[in-house]
Design a binder for this molecule. Structure first.
Ligand code: SF4
Length: 325
């Protein structure tokens, strides 16, 4: 393993075999891995951790069938369903982001395709938000046409989240209404329009370790500015409600975060959904690899408050990254 870590430290790309070796590492060698990963994280990100909040700006009634998602067309989860939220909700969350000097305000909209009128309405909300606050805005907004993407870019959206979610090989097991390659094409189009990209995945959906490695290797090719790593929270009413997540031990979750850092060392590595469940009590180790977390919950699952997240960061011996407005 020392050869792999030396390569990573010197920014030499790891091979697929080397990526798998990280995920297969015996648990008793994890401290050694964390030490080196922490040195790489310090080199690129210092000792700071950023916090993001997420507004669910359009919820439920999606035409797609992503198995993990409470908003999918096949989900029977008991969630709120609404079209675009009133501007006051975005304004409220924008104020929370500004007052807490958070890294960015993420806005998620359920659905895969949007009409031009919907994009125009949302772009208007973004323009108003940007006039009010200087917070960076990230959107999760399905597939856009190039014209729609340019409209949102002009409105002031800084970054777009579009996850690969799992490997190409496993993709058909979690979704059949769109393809992995459509996701990659959408990300490439968004990069062409000039957006920063947030691209990650979800672990614990029945995929193999090789699938996790393949997903992270494909993400490396896309060079996203941030990589959210989610650990499955099996939600009642979704196709994955009964998923067995017993293999998501803290050690395995930490190795995945370490691999994300080794493959995309300069990106924000965001430990997203599931951290409160699978990495509870292991935050110090988690921050050796990750430099960013969410607070105030996820799209359809609860999470910690901003104040609790700040305390978590400082208690673990890290600094809360304050964004200058
Ligand atoms: S993940 Fe997105 S595209 Fe998939 S079902 Fe949920 S809202 Fe729709």
């Amino acid at each position: 393993m020392s050869k792999i870590l030396k390569k990573s430290f010197e920014s030499e790309p790891l091979s697929r075999e080397e990526a798998l070796e990280i995920l297969d590492l015996p648990d008793d060698r994890l401290p050694e891995l964390l030490d080196i990963v922490y040195a790489i994280r310090r080199k690129h990100k210092g000792n700071t951790v950023g916090i993001q909040i997420l507004t669910n700006a359009r919820s439920g009634s999606c035409s797609q069938n992503c198995a993990y998602c409470a908003q999918s067309r096949d989900s029977e989860a008991d969630i709120d369903k609404y079209s675009l939220v009133p501007y006051e909700k975005l304004l409220h969350d924008g104020r929370v982001a500004r007052d807490s000097r958070l890294a960015r305000h993420c806005i998620g909209l359920s659905g895969m395709r949007f009409g031009d009128a919907e994009i125009e309405a949302f772009a208007g909300q973004v323009r108003a938000l940007k006039k009010e606050f200087d917070t960076q805005i990230c959107c999760s907004i399905g597939f856009l046409t190039p014209a729609q993407a340019r409209k949102l870019k002009d409105a002031g959206v800084n970054r777009i989240n579009h996850n690969l979610n799992t490997s190409r090989n496993f993709y058909g097991n979690i979704c059949t209404t769109h393809s992995y390659d459509e996701r990659i094409a959408n990300i490439r189009m968004l990069q062409g329009v000039g957006f920063e990209i947030c691209c990650g995945g979800i672990v614990g959906m029945g995929e193999s370790r090789a699938d996790v490695a393949d997903m992270l290797l494909d993400i490396r090719e896309l060079q996203p500015q941030s990589v959210p790593v989610n650990f499955l929270i099996p939600l009642e009413g979704t196709a994955l409600a009964g998923a067995d997540t017993s293999h998501l031990t803290p050690e395995y979750c930490l190795k995945i975060l370490c691999l994300a850092r080794l493959l995309t060392p300069k990106s924000d590595i965001r430990c997203a959904a599931g951290r409160e469940i699978y990495l509870k009590g292991r935050e110090k180790s988690m921050f050796c690899a990750a430099d960013s977390i969410f607070a105030s919950g996820y799209l359809t699952a609860d999470g910690q408050s901003v104040d609790e997240a700040i305390k978590l960061i400082t208690d673990a011996g890290f600094e809360y990254r304050i964004e200058s407005a």
